[in-house]
Design a protein around this ligand. Structure first.
Ligand code: PCG
Length: 514
C-alpha cells in the first residue's frame, strides 16, 4: 500500500522535482549546501512560529473572531513549509553508506523514507486541524507540529559549522531557551489565574493591561527569583509559586551555566594568550630582565596575537590529519612558493613537502633575523612585511630590501660546512614587523634525500648565489654601497677615490664590518 502511495506521490511531484533540479542540483550535500541551509532556516522559522504561538494561543484568549482568519493563514503557510521540506528537500539529502557518499536521487529518496525522521515528519503533517469542524478553532490540534524539533537542531548545527564566530549563535540560542521557559511560565500563570478567576485575588493576573506582557513580567520575576511579588494565599497559589521558584533555581541556573560555558569557550584563546603573557611578564620581572627587553617581548606577544589570532599556528595544525594540513598549506602558500626563483625547476611534490615543514614566526622592527658569520641552520621566506640586508659600521648601509615572497638565508644553507661555507654572508634585519616562514636545514635535507634531481638543481643554484652574493662578490651596486668592504681583498684605488682617498676611514669601516 505504501509503495502504491509513494508511486502516486512521486508521479504528482515529478514536474516540481525537475524544476528543483535546476536550483539545487540533483541531490543536496547537507553539510555545505548554502541553499539547503537557507531552507532549513525557513523551516526553523515555521517550527518556532508553531512552538511559540500554538502554546500562547492555547492559554491566552487569542482566538477572537477577527483574529481567526489571520491565524488560519499563518498556520497554512507554516504547514506548507513543512510539506515542501518533507516532499522536496529531505528526500534529496545525500547520505553515507559503508563509507560511500550516495548521490543517486532514487536512493536518497528511498533512504529518507526508511528513516525515523520520515516517520516524525509524517506525524507532524497529520491534519488534526480538521477537528476544528467538530470542536472549534483550537491550537491544541496543532500540537503534532512541534515534533519538527529535529530540523531546528539540524539548522543550529549547520549554522555553527558555517559561522566564523559560532559562539554568537550559541549565545542567541541559549537566550532563546531562557525566553521560551519564561514564555511557557507566562502561559501557565495565565491559565492558573483563569482557573482562580482573573482579578479575584491579589496574586492572580488582574485583568488590566496586556495579558501576555503582565504574565511574562510575572514569570520573569518569579523564575529568576527576583521576588517582590504579591504573596500567594490559597493552597493552589502557594503550590504554583513554590514550583515556580524550584524550576527557576534548577532550570535557570543550568541555562545560565550553559551561557557561561559558551562565553568561556569563545574566549579560551584570549585567556590562553593572557595567561601566557602574564606568566612571561612575571618570569621576566622575577629575573630582573631589562625593561627594554621586557617591552620588546610584550610587543611581540601583542603583535603576534593581533596578526594571527594565536601564538603558535603549528599547535593547531599538528592536530589535523596530513591531508587537511596539506590542503591548508597549499591554499595559503603554494602560489607564493611557486614564484620563488630558487625553487624553479624543482619537483612540485618536493615543494608540497616543504610547505608542510614551514613554521610561521614574527620579528619585531629592527630585530636581526640573521647575523653575518653565524652558522646557517635555517632559511626564510617572507610572508608579510620586509627585511633589509645591511652592513657597514653600525649596520647603517642597506644593500637591499626584500619584500613578501622573497627568500633569504639560503646561501649558507646550501653550502657545505667544509671551508666555512655554511656561515651567514650578511646581516639581515626586520624593517617593520616581519612575518616569516622558517624552513630548517635538517627538514630541507630530509626532504631532498627523496628528490635527488631537485637536490642537484638547488646545489647548482647555491653555488651561483655564493659567487654572485657571497663574501668575495663585488657587484657594481655593492661597490657603490660599500659591500665590497666585506670582501677579503684590500680596497681598490677606485674605492679609495669613492671615499675621498680617506684610507684610515675606510680601514676603520672595514675593521668594524669584519
Ligand atoms: P645567508 O645564508 O648568507 O644569510 C644572509 C642572507 O642575505 C643571504 O644568505 C642571502 O639570502 C641574503 N642576501 C640578499 N641579498 C644579498 C646580497 O647582496 N649579498 C649577500 N651576501 N646576501 C644577500
Amino acid at each position: 500500500l505504501a509503495e502504491v502511495a509513494f508511486a502516486s506521490v512521486d508521479a504528482v511531484l515529478r514536474p516540481l522535482e525537475e524544476a528543483m533540479d535546476s536550483v539545487l542540483g540533483h541531490t543536496i550535500d547537507p553539510f555545505t549546501d548554502r541553499v539547503y541551509i537557507a531552507w532549513l532556516s525557513l523551516v526553523t522559522l515555521a517550527f518556532n512560529y508553531n512552538i511559540w504561538f500554538s502554546t500562547a494561543r492555547l492559554c491566552f484568549p487569542y482566538h477572537t473572531a477577527e483574529a481567526i482568519p489571520y491565524w488560519f493563514l499563518l498556520d497554512s503557510l507554516a504547514d506548507l513549509v513543512y510539506l515542501v521540506d518533507c516532499l522536496l528537500f529531505q528526500p534529496r539529502k545525500q547520505f553515507v553508506k559503508g563509507g560511500d557518499v550516495i548521490k543517486d536521487r532514487l536512493l536518497t529518496k528511498k533512504n529518507y523514507r526508511n528513516t525515523e525522521r520520515f516517520k516524525t515528519d509524517m506525524m507532524c503533517l497529520i491534519p488534526f486541524d480538521l477537528l476544528y469542524m467538530q470542536f472549534g478553532f483550537k491550537s491544541i490540534f496543532r500540537a503534532n507540529r512541534l515534533l519538527k524539533a529535529e530540523t531546528f537542531f539540524e539548522f543550529s548545527d549547520r549554522l555553527e559549522s558555517l559561522m566564523t564566530k559560532a559562539y554568537i549563535w550559541r549565545v542567541i540560542r541559549t537566550i532563546g531557551y531562557l525566553l521560551f521557559m519564561l514564555h511557557i511560565n507566562a502561559c501557565f500563570y495565565y491559565v492558573a489565574s483563569d482557573y482562580q478567576g482573573i482579578g479575584q485575588t491579589k496574586w492572580v493576573y488582574s485583568g488590566k493591561g496586556s495579558a501576555y506582557l503582565r504574565c511574562f513580567y510575572h514569570a520573569v520575576r518569579s523564575l529568576i527569583n527576583i521576588g517582590g511579588l504579591s504573596e500567594p494565599h490559597t493552597v493552589f497559589e502557594i503550590t504554583f509559586q513554590m514550583l515556580n521558584f524550584f524550576i527557576g533555581v534548577f532550570v535557570f541556573s543550568s541555562l545560565i551555566g550553559q551561557m557561561r560555558d559558551v562565553i568561556g569557550a569563545a574566549t579560551t584563546g584570549q585567556t590562553y594568550f593572557r595567561t601566557s603573557m602574564d606568566n612571561t611578564v612575571s618570569y621576566m620581572v622575577n629575573n630582573h630582565i631589562p625593561a627594554l627587553v621586557q617591552n620588546r617581548i610584550r610587543t611581540w606577544y601583542t603583535y603576534t596575537w593581533d596578526a594571527q589570532g594565536m601564538l603558535d599556528e603549528s599547535e593547531l595544525l599538528d592536530k589535523m590529519p596530513l591531508v587537511m594540513r596539506t590542503a591548508i598549506a597549499v591554499d595559503i602558500n603554494l602560489a607564493t612558493f611557486q614564484k620563488i626563483a630558487l625553487f624553479q625547476g624543482c619537483d612540485q611534490q618536493m615543494l608540497l613537502d616543504m610547505l608542510l615543514r614551514l613554521k610561521s614566526i614574527i620579528y619585531l622592527p629592527g630585530d636581526f633575523v640573521v647575523k653575518k658569520g653565524d652558522i646557517g641552520k635555517e632559511m626564510y621566506i617572507i610572508k608579510s612585511g620586509a627585511v633589509q640586508v645591511v652592513g657597514g659600521p653600525d649596520n647603517s648601509i642597506v644593500f637591499v630590501t626584500l619584500k613578501a615572497g622573497c627568500v633569504f638565508g639560503e646561501i649558507s644553507l646550501l653550502q657545505s660546512s667544509k671551508d666555512g661555507g655554511n656561515r651567514r654572508t650578511a646581516n639581515v634585519k626586520a624593517q617593520g614587523f616581519a612575518n616569516l616562514f622558517v624552513l630548517e636545514k635538517k627538514d630541507l635535507f630530509d626532504i631532498l634525500v627523496h628528490y635527488p634531481e631537485s637536490q642537484k638543481v638547488l646545489a647548482r643554484k647555491g653555488k651561483k648565489l655564493m659567487k654572485a652574493k657571497g663574501p668575495a662578490a663585488k657587484t657594481e651596486e655593492q661597490k657603490k654601497t660599500g659591500l665590497a668592504l666585506f670582501g677579503p681583498k684590500p680596497p681598490t684605488p677606485k674605492l679609495l677615490r669613492a671615499f675621498g682617498g680617506n684610507f684610515n676611514k675606510l680601514l676603520k669601516l672595514k675593521n668594524a664590518a669584519s
